[in-house]
Ligand binder design. Sequence first.
Ligand SMILES: [Fe+2]
Length: 272
Amino acid sequence: MDLRIVYSTKTLSPMRLIQITDCHLGSHPGESLLGLDTDESFADVLHRLSRDEKHADFVVASGDVASEGSVEAYERFLGALKAQYDLPVAWLSGNHDLDELMQQFPKEQVQREHIEFEHWQLILLNSSIPHEERGELAETELERLRHCLETCDKHALVFVHHQPVPVGCDWLDQYVISNSAQLLEILNEYPQVKGLVWGHVHQEFQARHRHFNLYSTPSTCIQFKPNSDDFALDDTMPGYRWFNLHQDGRLETGVERVEEKAYGIDFASAGY
Ligand SMILES: [Fe+2]
């Protein structure tokens, strides 16, 4: 009799998490941002996901889902996901969103704030201030973060919209979360924190802070040029980030982009 213990591949395989960010969908289909149809580029990213990420488990959208915070944009976002890449999804709000509208969607349709899996937890923070570009975490959000980490010691990934540290672009780094020192102080205290992840900067970034990693992720629409003091667009393609979350707390991650395509972007634009 064979007494070896046979583990299912699912048990040993890491959880696969997908981050999409800064979709900037308009109120109506086909609205463009600096010449790029944001529905088109979002559909291209979803096409790539449905082709290459069939076995992922969960999607996080890290803000600026809409360009102006409209119910129509949020319904179209969730409808496109359902049609092209039907996975459980959670979201948080960015400076172009309206958090009060996003909160009206039922949790069965889109999750928020704190999601627990068998070995990992995701904590989603709201750094947006209605009708302002800058980011700040309300005292209640910082308390909620501390409560999540105090009451659950599963490996943790924390998501927020604005960057908590400078990414090297002066024009964007004026909007570093104004009280990010408090955020980092809390995260420093909890060894189960494995990563802090954001959107907003429309570019890939990675760094180490104390015992955890920092990541930002390309937008599903236009890209901003890394290391640029003034506003500048980059010609890299829209994309997403994947994470492999292992039971023992190890984490692997990477960025993937759609194939080269001429989107008609206005690269001479001086701002957005
Ligand atoms: Fe943003």
